[in-house]
Design a protein around this ligand. Structure first.
Ligand code: 13P
Length: 253
């Protein structure tokens, strides 16, 4: 059975002290809970916090994740952080292809391919994001947009490589807007993504792939979203910055 996961993408929020406090709170609340051991929990703090946070969380229970990595392995790339560097501080997964990176930093599929390869080469998992803009959905192009985003990057991988990929469907119109995709809209797209995975690889791989929903997911809607057959959890932005809300979302299962 595929893993259910709730992942917190902190984006560019919290200073180090607040980040350590948040991570510790999540860790302590999580370890105090019973009955949710099978739910995978992921936190993706800013780069600057990773080492310190790896020391205050139970790394067997919480998967420490980075929000980005470099396209290259090392060398003269001022300001970049390599996948190997991330791995060396205890990071186990990297978010690649978030719409904010595609939009603000012009990360195209060529760049994303390189990043995914770097993550795989360092034996970490990739949370690969895809999502359509509002005008693309209004024009009913959303299925095609998602298909292209997947085909241009993760569907180029081998079966063994794809085994390390978690997909996150994040409709851009739902990110940080307070407007969530309805659970039916999420289910429809998740089922479509799973069908594409089956066509590109096979049914077993499709059944085993975790597909997360992201976009204004919060305690008040996570139960309904996660109840859908093909929604295997969430990639949470704003609500992951409050330990209680994040825990409530994890407990939605
Ligand atoms: P919000 O939950 O703040 O809408 O952000 C979603 C997101 O982009 C997670 O990666």
């Amino acid at each position: 059975m595929r893993k259910k996961i709730v992942a917190g993408n902190w984006k560019m929020n919290t200073n180090l002290q607040d980040g350590i406090y948040l991570a510790s709170s999540i860790n302590n609340k999580l370890l105090a809970e019973t009955g949710i051991d099978e739910i995978g929990v992921v936190i993706a703090p800013p780069f600057t916090h990773l080492i310190a946070i790896s020391k205050v969380i139970n790394n067997d229970r919480i998967c420490l994740t980075a929000q980005n990595c470099a396209t290259e392995s090392k060398g003269a790339y001022t300001g970049e952080v390599s996948a190997e560097m991330l791995k060396s501080v205890g990071v186990k997964a990297v978010i690649i292809g978030h719409s904010e990176r595609r939009e603000y930093y012009k990360e195209c599929s060529e760049v994303l391919n390189k990043k995914v390869k770097q993550v795989l080469a360092n034996d970490m998992k990739t949370i690969f994001c895809c999502g359509e803009k509002l005008d693309q959905r209004k024009a009913e192009n959303h299925f095609e947009v998602i298909k292209n985003q997947l085909e241009e990057v993760v569907f180029k991988l081998s079966e063994n490589e794809f085994d390390k990929i978690i997909i996150a469907y994040e409709p851009i119109w739902a990110i940080g807007t307070g407007v969530t995709a309805s659970s039916d809209q999420a289910q429809e797209m998740h089922a479509y993504i799973r069908k594409l995975i089956a066509e590109n690889f096979n049914n077993t791989i499709a059944e085993n792939t975790t597909i997360l929903y992201g976009g204004s997911c919060k305690p008040s809607n996570s139960v309904e979203l996660f109840a859908k057959a093909d929604v295997d959890g969430g990639l949470i932005g704003g609500a992951s910055l409050k330990a209680n809300d994040f825990l409530e979302i994890i407990k939605s299962y």
